[in-house]
Design a protein around this ligand. Sequence first.
Ligand SMILES: Nc1nc2c(ncn2[C@@H]2O[C@H](COP(=O)(O)OP(=O)(O)OP(=O)(O)O)[C@@H](O)[C@H]2O)c(=O)[nH]1
Ligand SMILES: [Mg+2]
Length: 309
Amino acid sequence: MRIAAGVVKQLLKRDPKTVARCLTLIENGDPRAKSILKELYPRTGRAHIVGVTGAPGTGKSTLISRMIAELRRRQKRVGVLTVDPTGPFSGGALLGDRIRMREHFLDQGVFIRSLATRGCKGGVASSIRDAACLLDAVGNEIVVIETIGVGQDQVEVKNLAHTIVVLVIPGMGDEIQGMKAGLLEIADILVVNKADLPGAEETWEQLRGLFGETAVPILKTSALENVGVGELVDTLEEHYGKLQTGSDRRDGGLEFSRSQVLSLLRDRLLDRLVQRIGAGSIEAWVEKVAERRLDAHTAAEKILKSAGF
Ligand SMILES: Nc1nc2c(ncn2[C@@H]2O[C@H](COP(=O)(O)OP(=O)(O)OP(=O)(O)O)[C@@H](O)[C@H]2O)c(=O)[nH]1
Ligand SMILES: [Mg+2]
């Protein structure tokens, strides 16, 4: 599909309206988005992509807003994507994210966008990845993605970013013990946010006990009081710096590209499968699983068989 040559030109000028329009195309799984991304691809790979994840209410948006201010002081252009995992009905949460970052809305060096991942056409992870690529191509030195990394999505988040920051807050106690395996898998930097609240020291000590032997830095911040943010940004830069050198770079690059290709393959195979046998037929098997008449493994096998695989 052809795209107007003017679009790419406007994008490269960081025209906010054009960037916003292209993000909408990505969000909607519009085929024009693919052409634009193809065109921009040679200009990507320059941004540091950072994932900020943590349970609801841990202060991700507030901390990101502070990080933006710090990054702007360091002359960096910043793109921010907040991901709404629950679709179009949680307007409140989206609004919250926007309000917390609103002080940056008029800054030309900052681009903030909430991505609704409704319908999942083409897959949530690949929309986020494409959106991050776009923000990279238009010249943001850092792209921050806010997500609630729960369950399966966590691993997906890991593959979307160079550096993953996981937030915990005082009083999470036992929860942290239970989260250990998941945290180990994804966290590059651990942050005890809300360090102004009682119990922060204990939480920090607890994390030290669990992760002290690993290379994962453990920091304390108070987004509310703007404490520890400079150190966090230093640590982000250090982590990215390490990825840029030696074998880490090659391995990291390979891993990143592999996950990108595999995730697209998964999405497209699923799309083709749905085209071949119809979404309704898959839904019928899903219902059988929900009614406990069939296990999920068998259902998946049957679906593949009915599609001729
Ligand atoms: N005491 C204290 N409160 C904080 C701090 N950071 C954030 N908060 C408060 O915690 C609440 C949630 O903050 P958000 O930034 O919306 O948290 P979030 O993780 O983005 O939340 P979701 O996007 O809904 O998952 C708000 O009332 C913030 O003011 C902090 O460092 N200390
Ligand atoms: Mg938020």
